[in-house]
Design a binder for this molecule. Sequence first.
Ligand SMILES: NC(=O)c1ccc[n+]([C@@H]2O[C@H](COP(=O)([O-])OP(=O)(O)OC[C@H]3O[C@@H](n4cnc5c(N)ncnc54)[C@H](O)[C@@H]3O)[C@@H](O)[C@H]2O)c1
Length: 258
Amino acid sequence: MKIDNLFDLTGKVAVVTGGGDGIGKESCRILAAAGASVIVSDLSLKKAEAVAMQINEEGGNATSVACDVSKEEDLINLIDFAVKTYDTVNILVNNAGLGGGGRENPFNIDLKYVERIYAINVFAPWLLCKLSAPYMQKSGYGSIVNITSMSSINNSPSMAIYGSSKAALNHMASNLAFDYGPMGIRINCIGPGATKTHALSTVLTPEIESRMLAHTPIKRLGEVSDIAGAVLYFAAPISAWVSGQVLMVNGGGVQTLD
Ligand SMILES: NC(=O)c1ccc[n+]([C@@H]2O[C@H](COP(=O)([O-])OP(=O)(O)OC[C@H]3O[C@@H](n4cnc5c(N)ncnc54)[C@H](O)[C@@H]3O)[C@@H](O)[C@H]2O)c1
């Protein structure tokens, strides 16, 4: 048995949203290291370009494109771009997300906020699944990975909209697994615990961190590489019979902000 083959993505095409930073960036890097051609997409073209350049310098194969996942035309353009550039899409990482951080006081937010969170966290992944699935089916290899959140199953204050949007993403995936399985496409979710990224740095204080660590058996916060490892697992042939699942990558604990 060759272990490498189980993680080999040579010849596969991967599309990652929000790939310019944090978990998305590291996911792009690990998929490229496994041999995939990676389309790094991000709201910021500059960030996407920098990640693609780094991957190419590391010996991988990557291209960049601007994509604001809240815009339907950008999502259509993203899959068109992937197909024009690399002929197909095999792996889709729905990583771009918005909200959380315990900033959703239910009496201060309005419907516009709710619509925006759901547009980015739920509607965009749905449309990208719809647009890429036919190519995955035709190519004979498809794996979709949604980055959700621990808050999709935990309850805490001022997280109702973000948490429910990520719960919707989980449930959408476990249902789509039934539609997609016969097409040769798997779909799974990863729920990161508190992971050291720019997004987390906007809410983390030393007090919050020590409270989080008190409830975390593995006594550190997550690194982006911890989450990217799970992305590779779901994207690669090693998880060929795994679909409709949610894997929490959280040091074995629960890190809430309250
Ligand atoms: N970091 C954590 O602790 C944590 C925990 C749970 C879930 N998550 C989830 O992980 C995912 C990535 O978060 P992160 O912490 O790596 O964030 P990050 O802030 O480090 O990076 C996010 C990237 O997404 C891009 N982006 C923002 N809005 C976008 C849009 N509308 N369209 C396309 N790209 C956009 C940004 O430019 C940036 O490059 C999100 O879905 C988030 O909800 C993160």
